[in-house]
Each structure stands twice: as C-alpha cells, then as structure tokens.
Design a binder for this molecule. Structure first.
Ligand SMILES: [Zn+2]
Length: 486
C-alpha cells in the first residue's frame, strides 16, 4: 500500500460508520435474564430471549434511559413515540427468526459527535441512534467439528449509532470511533471492551474523484471489532476500489466481512443476494413513549463530555492540548489528575508526573487508574518533597515506585531510607551561599590562602542543613563557591 498517498490525491474516500454498542444494563432488552459476559454458555436464557412461542417481550426501562442519555448528550432529537420493528432473517443464533430493532421510527434522530481531528474540533453529524437487541453467539469449532450457539448474548440491549457519510479517511474514522467510545464510557452506559464485543462497527465505503460531488457505489464492511481493524479494513477497501476504478472497472455493491485474524476482507454477499428484511412494526410491543419529565430526569444525569473536558483542562489549567487530550481520555484518569490539584499540587507539576511516572507505572504493573495504589493526596506529599528540594526528581521517581509497592507515604519512605539528605544541588547551593555570606571574614582569609578553613565551611553547611546535606555534593558546591565559581 505504499502508493496509498498518491492514490488519495486522486480519489476521495466517503465513509459512514454504524456502531453497535452493548448497553451495560443489569438485564436484557426484553426479558429479565441477566446481561452478563463470560458466564457458562446458555445460563442466562428464558422463553422470551429464546423466542419460544407465546413468550412476550417487555422493553427494559434502564436500556431506554441509557439510550436517551446518549441521544441527549450528542444533541439528537428525541422521538416522543418511537416504535420497535421486526427485522426478519434466518440465522441459527437468532431463534425467533427476527431481531427486534427500530426502523423508520428510531428513538433518536440527528445530533453530532465532536471529534478532535488534525488539531481542531470537528463535528461528525449523526443520522440516528436506535435501540435493538443483540443476537446469540455462534462458536465455530476450530477443528471443524461443528458449531455451537451460546444464547447468553441473545436479547442483550444495543444502541446502533449511525453517522452521516462525512468521514474522509480511515484515520478520521478511527478518531470518530475513539471519541464515541469515550462518550459511552463517560456516560457509563457501555463497557466498551472491543475484545468482548461490547463495541462493534460496520462501515459503508465508497470513493469518488476529488472535486466530484456525486457519491460512488458503496460497499459495506461488517465485523470490524478493533481500532486497528477500522484503519486497516477501510484502508484495504479504499485501495481495492481504487484499483478496480483505475483499471476501468466498476465497483460492485457487495457486503464484505473483515477478517481480524488475517487482516483482510472477504466478500460475504453480492447485491443479488442482499436481504429483504421485511421490516414491520412489532405487534407484541407498544410504541416507546418518552415524556418531557422522562427527558428532564435523564438530563439531570448528563455529564461533561470528553471534548468539553479537554477544552476546560486547556483553559483552567493551562495545559498543552496534547496533554489535555490524554488526561481527559478516561474519567478515572481525569479524576485522579483533578484530585491531585485539589490536594494542592500545581497543575503543571501534576500533569507532568501523572503523564510520565504514574502512567508508566500503570502500564508496567497492569493496574487500572481506579485502583492506582498511591492516592492523589499521597502523590501531592511526594511532589511537595520534590518541589521543596527535599529529594531530587530522580529520587522522587524511585520513591513513587516504592509508595506503589509498599503502600507507605512519601515522607515515611524518605525517612526510612534516609533519602532526605539534601543532595539536590539547587537547594544545597542556597545553603552554601548563605554560609559564605554569614562568614565574610573566614571567606576573605580562605581566599587569601588559608585553605585549611575548608573544613570550617563544610561544618557550617552541614550544621545549617541539619546534617542532611550530601557530603559529596556539598564538597563540590563549596569548592566552586569558595573559589568564586558560581
Ligand atoms: Zn431471557
């Protein structure tokens, strides 16, 4: 794909994403079964989610509130009476023979997601957000010994978030998906674990000559389940379409399946095989009614959004934009950062230490930010020791690691390990200068040749620092100062 950039000079990609996010509700969308991942297969099923005859679905209020939270957060228009529809198709992991979704009357229309793209804020408009249920999971035996189906996922609530086809590159698609994930996490409505399938993405892709306004023929790529997949999958499809068109051919309207393991797309079906889902309103479910008081209630749960937090961090704490973006990327990290400031650390010092030492310990130790062993208050204790020159930055970093492993406070470690000796040159040179200033006669005599007075000065500095000054550093600084080298 080395000639990708040359290719993109001629062709403009047009991308729209459909993201499915599993809502982290207690129970499933239309029954009381638990919504849980990783449990014994088929341990959370009932007649409703297994689609047995006569079982009736009832919409999950918590799922509707979660979807409304998202809709209001991204500024969608909320439909007062939206409707559930049956999407009819056959697949072994869908026992009813249809999926309950929303069709022409979705819960949310419009709205937009604010992403950071090429150093600026950019709006990605949304077409709609609707509620639907997930299907079961087919587990294909690796040895080819058949397929088993786990229905624990069948009936788990999903929101499908459909963007307008305004995305113009795979990287921008990734930035959009990243932002969407952050919003879902901020709102605390989805676990967003892509490996567990909480967040899945389908893409519509077409290309057109630069400066052309008409859309080209689009293909659909399904099953993109990682951030890497979004970039790679879209890239490979753009490349394929450009090759077809450059060769004088025509792009066929096909559905592709992204193979995460082999990192390539496979044709799943052509236009002729396209499904007619025969959508119709589900007669078992009443229209979903949302009142103004429901909306008021949901509004009271809304939180600051990721792009708003980034801006606030830049404005309130004078952070660099790139630093603000990382610190605002996850709520636990933002909370830790702000608690550190609250406990008395200067914002720039807090940002520097958290982005550097704290995050590298988090990565090395594989701990989460929520359970980071050194509390913001204890980090401030350490930062104060560093700022006051009690320990050097290098020692401070070691102390932090020990705080994490031992659970002791910075001062306890500094005392226990005898780290408090003043070896910090800047703090010590102040003491040295003070001693020289206070003993002008001795200084004069020393400079006139009475070198034996060196011991006297050493003693004075040690006394002034309460015996905590590092002798080696003191000797060096004192020699420089006595000989007039500042
Ligand atoms: Zn059930």
């Amino acid at each position: 794909m080395s000639d990708m950039s040359a290719l993109l000079k001629r062709w403009e990609p047009v991308i729209g994403l459909e993201v499915h996010a599993q809502l982290s509700t207690t129970t499933k969308m239309f029954c009381g079964c638990r919504n849980a991942y990783g449990d014994q297969p088929n341990s959370h099923t009932c007649p409703t989610c297994l689609g047995l005859p006569g079982a009736l679905p009832v919409a999950n209020e918590q799922a509707v509130l979660f979807a409304l939270k998202l809709g209001l957060a991204v500024g969608s228009e909320i439909t007062q009476f939206s409707r559930f529809a049956r999407k009819n198709y056959f697949y072994p992991d869908l026992t009813k023979g249809y999926q309950i979704s929303q069709y022409d009357e979705p819960l949310c229309s419009g709205g937009s997601v604010t992403i950071r793209w090429e150093g600026r804020s950019q709006e990605i408009p949304l077409t709609r957000i609707h509620i639907e249920e997930d299907a079961g999971k087919s587990i294909h035996d690796e040895k080819g010994d058949g397929t088993r189906v786990d229905f624990n996922r069948c009936g788990v609530p999903l929101v499908e978030i459909v963007s307008e086809p305004v995305i113009r590159s795979p990287q921008e698609a990734k930035a959009y998906l990243t932002r969407l994930k952050q919003i879902l996490e901020y709102l605390n409505i989805c676990d967003c674990n892509m490996e567990e399938g909480n967040l899945r993405c389908d893409a519509n892709i077409s290309i057109r000559p630069r400066r052309e306004t008409k859309f080209g023929v689009k293909t659909e790529m399904k099953n993109i389940n990682s951030f890497r997949g979004v970039e790679r999958g879209l890239m490979s499809e753009i490349f394929r379409q450009a090759e077809v068109l450059d060769g004088g051919g025509e792009v066929e309207q096909v559905t592709l399946l992204w193979n995460e393991v082999e990192q390539k797309a496979e044709v799943m079906r052509s236009k002729e095989e396209a499904h007619d889902y025969r959508y119709f309103p589900d007669p078992d479910l009443v229209p979903l009614s949302v009142s103004e008081s429901d909306l008021e209630e949901v509004r009271s749960f809304l939180v600051e959004l990721p792009h708003e937090r980034e801006e606030r961090f830049v404005t309130d704490y004078s952070l660099k934009e790139d630093d603000a973006v990382i610190l605002a990327s996850e709520t636990p990290l933002s909370a830790y950062f702000e608690a550190t400031i609250e406990a008395g650390a200067p914002a720039s010092t807090a940002a520097k230490w958290i982005l550097g030492e704290v995050l590298s310990i988090v990565k090395e130790e594989g701990v989460s930010m929520e359970s980071f062993p050194a509390s913001p208050k204890s980090l401030v204790g350490l930062l104060q020791s560093v700022i006051e020159g009690e320990v050097t930055v290098v020692t401070g970093k070691e102390v932090l690691r020990e705080m994490v492993s031992s659970g002791l406070s910075a001062s306890e470690i500094i005392e226990k390990e005898g780290l408090a000796q003043v070896s910090d040159a800047s703090a010590l040179s102040e003491t040295v200068a003070k001693v020289l200033e206070e003993n002008p006669d001795e200084l004069k005599r020393y400079r006139n040749g009475k070198k034996a007075l060196f011991g006297f000065f050493m003693g004075e500095v040690m006394k002034a620092s309460g015996g905590k000054s590092d002798p080696k550093v003191t000797q060096k600084l004192l020699t420089e100062a006595l000989n007039g080298i500042d």
